[in-house]
Design a protein around this ligand. Structure first.
Ligand SMILES: *[C@@H]1O[C@H](CO)[C@@H](O)[C@H](O)[C@H]1NC(C)=O
Length: 143
């Protein structure tokens, strides 16, 4: 029981579900609006479909790698989790991508989008955001 409580405390230190406008303002303050040609509404839509704005989100892929955090960044290419072989192009521990402080996740997402695939690297963006009216993702946020 004590172990369970401890685990919950540890997990909560790495998880925050952002409120929509709070996330929009945080991304804007960190230079995401228009970064590599990707508007703030596109980043917001991407984050919504990838993680539901939850920094604690993880998804295990069939190749043994894992997607981490608000942008669901993958351990095979971008971060190191000590479990799968990784190129670790962002040069960080995957757990940093789950911090309520989005600094590391934003820096790494900027690295991902600079790759040749650009924003298409995110399946959630391709399926739910590409070519759509995304104004509702930033509406009323003052951004
Ligand atoms: C988030 O982390 C960055 C980098 O470590 C730091 O500069 C910044 O002050 C932190 N922001 C908050 C709100 O704690």
């Amino acid at each position: 029981m004590r172990a369970v409580v401890l685990l919950l405390l540890v997990a909560s230190a790495y998880a925050k579900v952002y409120e929509r406008c709070e996330l929009a303002r945080t991304l804007q303050a960190n230079g995401m609006d228009g970064y590599w040609g990707v508007s703030l509404a596109n980043w917001m839509c991407l984050a919504y479909w990838e993680s539901g704005y939850n920094t604690g989100a993880t998804h295990h892929d069939t190749d043994g790698s894992t997607d981490y955090g608000i942008f669901q960044i993958n351990s095979r290419w971008w971060c190191s989790d000590g479990r799968s072989i990784s190129s670790d192009a962002c040069g960080i521990s995957c757990s940093e991508l789950m911090s309520p402080n989005l600094s590391a996740a934003i820096t790494c997402a900027k690295r991902v989008v600079r790759d040749p695939n650009g924003v298409s690297a995110w399946v959630g963006w391709r399926l739910h955001c590409e070519g759509r009216d995304l104004s509702s993702y930033v509406a009323g946020c003052g951004v």
